[in-house]
Design a protein around this ligand. Structure first.
Ligand code: PBG
Length: 325
């Protein structure tokens, strides 16, 4: 049956009808808000390429957390900017490291807010790569696993609710699971950055986290943007190793990957709406070229429609305000 019996426009005549037949609903419970915690005190430093995003010292974190909490955002994802960087990322697993201190501060003030910690070495390495560098410049996979597991354990000991390894070393999910379990943390979930691409969209993040690689690039560990079958193998391996939530990152240019991951594994699936995606919207909106609210909701809705259960986004506060607005 077709026109004139069928008229698709009948169900588009009013907000009420459109709301009734809407297939995808964004909810504030979907969001995780990333935060950059820096060393020192009294710091609230605007990240140039990410308007609205700040590097915050632990003492300046609580007003931010209060705002996040009052908007109903259920979770934050912590990144650390340490005072000292070295070739073994030692401040990454220091019990008094920035992420560890921030986790304690947040959990004691807002115990019900979920603290997810990014587990990676790049922010703590003097060279900005996600693993230990050999004299010939290559990244040593297996030696890096020990440090990643130490870092994850120290986050959990500080009170982290979920750990999120983002390094893309092979075997890290299994290794972290083993170490957490051996220490009695069998109940702590792992959200793995399972399909993480070597992407140009991380540019602003590397300014925010002060983690740009000093030489080379991450292509020996992060994925080639051209590949999707490889993403499915990455996700399958992480699930076998014990990942509880699997992530696709970046999000917007990888909606097909997101959909395929959701359909193939039916696992809780996260999408990371990364720094460059956020910066593009902010930049175009500042020029008056796009409607920021409309585009923000459209992007986040698209991620959910494509299969995301969880959306990690710097726009979480903006979106929460619009949705509840
Ligand atoms: C650390 C990490 C990165 C991001 C999240 N965790 C950067 C990178 O891999 O270079 C990027 C997040 C963003 O761009 O918003 N490994």
């Amino acid at each position: 049956m077709s026109f004139p019996i069928n008229r698709m426009r009948r169900l588009r005549t009013s907000d009420t009808i459109r709301n009734m037949v809407r297939e995808t609903h964004l909810h504030v419970d979907d969001f995780i808000y990333p935060l950059f915690v820096t060393f020192g005190q009294e710091k609230r430093i605007q990240v140039n390429s990410m308007p609205g995003v700040y590097q915050l010292s632990v003492d300046k974190l609580l007003p931010e957390i209060e705002e996040i909490h009052s908007l109903g955002i259920p979770a934050v994802l912590l990144f650390g900017i340490p005072e000292q960087k070295d070739s073994l990322a030692s401040s990454g697993y220091d019990e008094h490291g920035v992420v560890q201190e921030a986790t304690r501060a947040i959990k004691s003030a807002y115990p019900e807010l979920l603290v997810v910690t990014d587990v990676c070495l790049c922010e703590y390495m003097d060279h900005g790569h996600c693993g230990i560098i050999e004299p010939d410049g290559t990244v040593n996979n297996d030696a890096s696993l020990e440090l990643l597991a130490r870092e994850a354990l120290s986050h959990v000991q500080a009170g982290a609710d979920i750990v999120a390894p983002s390094d893309m070393m092979d075997g890290r999910v299994g290794h972290i699971r083993k170490v957490l379990d051996a220490q009695g943390y069998t109940h702590i979930p792992i959200m793995s950055y399972a399909a993480k691409y070597a992407s140009g969209f991380y540019g602003p993040f590397r300014e925010a986290a002060e983690s740009a690689p000093a030489f080379g690039n991450p292509k020996t560990y992060q994925m080639d943007p051209a590949n999707i079958l490889e993403a499915l193998r990455e996700v399958e391996l992480d699930i076998e190793e014990g990942a509880d939530i699997v992530m696709v990152k970046p999000a917007l240019a990888y909606l097909d990957v997101l959909r395929a991951v959701k359909e193939n594994f039916a696992y809780p699936t996260a999408a990371y709406n990364v720094s460059g995606e956020y910066a593009m919207v902010k930049a175009a909106a500042a020029q008056g070229w796009i409607d920021e609210e409309a585009v923000t909701l459209e992007i986040l809705t698209a991620l959910k429609r494509a299969g995301a259960d969880i959306i990690i986004t710097y726009a979480a506060k903006d979106a929460a305000r619009i949705i509840s607005g």
